[in-house]
Design a protein around this ligand. Structure first.
Ligand code: HEC
Ligand code: HEC
Ligand code: HEC
Ligand code: HEC
Ligand code: HEC
Ligand code: HEC
Ligand code: HEC
Ligand code: HEC
Ligand code: HEC
Length: 382
């Protein structure tokens, strides 16, 4: 017992941060320190104290938080650059106009970040509204304080521009930055994604490939647990790129993949669920059931779940009795042609001739029938 207590003491001693040097005399005084210039306090007033590298505070949880602000980093941020002299600190920290500041209500570091992030919603109301439908705000409301708030993804003082000022379109680097924003909390998924065909491209600076937010949304982020419709409509999110002729031509990837999927029995069932009972559970495969999700690789990659040698195993997840013939007989994404499915192709070709002939004959028959009735009614001689 005594030994344990002794260890505790040693650890505690080591856990203490080094004592900061004493702060300037103004902090010992109880006088209110106010901005002396015209109008509202400028940044210089705040930074006089906040550039002090030893400035810190202790929260009720016992956590010691540095309140030093990197003035140069802020000046480089999108808000520091706004207008002619950048936004003043008080645009976000309205409650801190004088010192001593108002009592901080956050009891720990995490609560402080959550509270200070509410300032962003004042100007970016639209973005805040979007997060209302997202998984993170919902989790936060349910009491999960680890869920992402604005400053987790954008930071508080080093906010970067992500869209083009003139066109409003995402900047090329925003795909890579977006994935990195998620990394801190979803490291396992990020690490898998980083080795996928999409992740390798995005993290090498190629914004054509899918980043996290292309599939999950930006501010109204959803996923398979938070939304029963997420999986069901996921093929549409793949199609935004994989049915885009111009984009896919650059990579020599077929754009038939979405149409052939929808035309196939699996896709037909999924489409039916989308239209009729979108909220209900379904067991037909969507794209990611065959290709993997965060680990998607090229169809030629030996580790690919859709590679010829691995394909049967992929089908067997749902068709446990399937044999090699089963996956061989399936058309995959191919349009039936003389090479890939000669029989289906032949039947299709016969249909292509037969159907117009039959329909044409029927139209002719109906037309001549109408003509005859008309003639009969008008006692015309034909
Ligand atoms: C006289 C020095 C001094 C001045 C001037 C000052 N601060 Fe502070 N500030 C502190 C200290 C010390 C703390 C640590 C907590 C405490 O003691 O209240 C702090 C804490 C903070 C915090 C974090 C805690 C909280 O209240 O949310 C913010 C944000 C903050 N200051 C913003 C500002 C802004 C904005 C200005 C300028 C308008 C400013 N401060 C001016 C000394 C100062
Ligand atoms: C665009 C809004 C915005 C502006 C402008 C801004 N801050 Fe902050 N500030 C925040 C947010 C959000 C946080 C919380 C960041 C986090 O999660 O740690 C924060 C945190 C702080 C803290 C607490 C310590 C910390 O890092 O968490 C201090 C002190 C502070 N700001 C001072 C300032 C000063 C001084 C300026 C002006 C030079 C300034 N802020 C400008 C939004 C802003
Ligand atoms: C006082 C109003 C105001 C507040 C508060 C504010 N912003 Fe901004 N923000 C702006 C304006 C205005 C711009 C555009 C700046 C420009 O174009 O010069 C901007 C730009 C941005 C951009 C870049 C936009 C783009 O198109 O790429 C991001 C990201 C952003 N803000 C996030 C935040 C976050 C996060 C917070 C809270 C920490 C915040 N903002 C707080 C007004 C504000
Ligand atoms: C989970 C991470 C995440 C959170 C949380 C988040 N954002 Fe964003 N935000 C992003 C990403 C990623 C982009 C880039 C969007 C793109 O590529 O179109 C972005 C873009 C923006 C933009 C500029 C782009 C535009 O469409 O105008 C603003 C402004 C912005 N966010 C503000 C906010 C505010 C305010 C909050 C909090 C209410 C917030 N964000 C919360 C990830 C996040
Ligand atoms: C190509 C589209 C796509 C990309 C890119 C993508 N995801 Fe996903 N993600 C999905 C799909 C689809 C699911 C549902 C998978 C399922 O239900 O089997 C999912 C599931 C999830 C889940 C919840 C399930 C779980 O495994 O915990 C999280 C969290 C998640 N993704 C985060 C991320 C993050 C973070 C990134 C970026 C590093 C990312 N995703 C990139 C499509 C994508
Ligand atoms: C500050 C930490 C944090 C950051 C940063 C963050 N997340 Fe999350 N995210 C969470 C937490 C916590 C949950 C779990 C919510 C729950 O389980 O209720 C979550 C859940 C999710 C889910 C699961 C939804 C579901 O239905 O299964 C998805 C998808 C997701 N996040 C995507 C993202 C993406 C994309 C980014 C980056 C743009 C991101 N997250 C950034 C903390 C974070
Ligand atoms: C934002 C656009 C985008 C989205 C969304 C997207 N992809 Fe991709 N995908 C790409 C690009 C671009 C490539 C080529 C990357 C490269 O080769 O560097 C690619 C490559 C692939 C490949 C490898 C093809 C091959 O054999 O080389 C597969 C498989 C794939 N994606 C499946 C999917 C699936 C499944 C989804 C939906 C869950 C999806 N993608 C969503 C853009 C996207
Ligand atoms: C039942 C399993 C299955 C489903 C569901 C499925 N795929 Fe495939 N996919 C495959 C197989 C097998 C291949 C390899 C075809 C070949 O090259 O022989 C493939 C190949 C691909 C390729 C590479 C094409 C090329 O030109 O290199 C892409 C991209 C792709 N699929 C995307 C998708 C998308 C997007 C969806 C959903 C709309 C989807 N797949 C649904 C099994 C599937
Ligand atoms: C996620 C589960 C799942 C996966 C993976 C899957 N299937 Fe299916 N498959 C189904 C379901 C459910 C049905 C019946 C409903 C329908 O048509 O979607 C079905 C129907 C079929 C049918 C129609 C005849 C029948 O047996 O009902 C064929 C053929 C078929 N699948 C082939 C394949 C092949 C080949 C693969 C592998 C490339 C595969 N499936 C992968 C779930 C799956």
């Amino acid at each position: 017992m005594l030994l344990l207590a002794g260890f505790g003491l040693i650890f505690n001693v080591h856990a203490q941060p080094p004592a900061p040097p004493p702060l300037p005399a103004e902090f010992q005084s109880t006088d209110v320190i106010e901005f002396q210039g015209e109008g509202s306090p400028d940044n210089e007033f705040c930074l006089n104290c906040h550039e002090n590298p030893y400035l810190q505070m202790t929260l009720a949880s016992g956590e010691v938080v540095s309140v030093t602000v990197d003035a140069d980093a802020y000046a480089d941020s999108v808000h520091g650059q706004h207008g002619t002299e950048g936004y003043r600190c008080i645009r976000c920290h309205d409650n801190n106009r004088e010192y001593p500041h108002e009592e901080v209500s956050a009891t720990n570091r995490r609560e402080l970040s959550i509270e200070l992030s509410t300032a962003c919603a004042r100007c970016h109301t639209d973005k805040f509204d979007e997060t209302m439908d997202g998984v993170h705000l919902m989790a936060l409301i349910d009491g999960n304080e680890e869920a992402a708030v604005c400053s987790d993804c954008h930071t508080g003082h080093e906010v970067q521009r992500l869209t083009d000022e003139d066109t409003g379109r995402p900047l090329p680097e925003s795909s890579e930055l977006a994935a990195q924003m998620c990394e801190s909390c979803h490291a396992d998924i990020y690490n898998v994604y980083a080795n996928s065909v999409h992740g390798e491209a995005v993290l090498a600076g190629n914004s054509d490939a899918a980043t996290c937010s292309n599939c999950h949304g930006v501010h109204s982020i959803t996923g398979p647990t938070s939304s029963s419709e997420f999986r069901l409509f996921s093929p549409e999110s793949c199609a935004t790129c994989h049915a885009d002729e111009e984009l896919m031509a650059e990579y020599d990837i077929s754009t038939d993949v979405f149409d052939t999927y929808v035309a196939d029995f699996h896709g037909t069932t999924v489409t039916l669920f989308q239209r009729v009972t979108p909220g209900q559970a379904f067991n037909s495969p969507v794209c990611v059931d065959c290709h993997g999700t965060h680990n998607i690789v090229s169809a030629d990659d030996p580790s690919s779940t859709v590679m010829k040698e691995n394909l049967l195993g992929t089908c067997q997840q749902c068709h446990p009795d399937a044999t090699a013939n089963f996956s061989d007989a399936w058309l995959s994404h191919y349009q039936p042609d003389a090479e890939h499915a000669p029989l289906v192709d032949l039947v299709n070709k016969i249909y292509a001739v037969l159907i117009p002939v039959i329909i044409g004959a029927m139209i002719l028959f109906v037309a001549s029938d109408i003509r005859r009735r008309w003639a009969d009614r008008n006692h015309e001689d034909l």
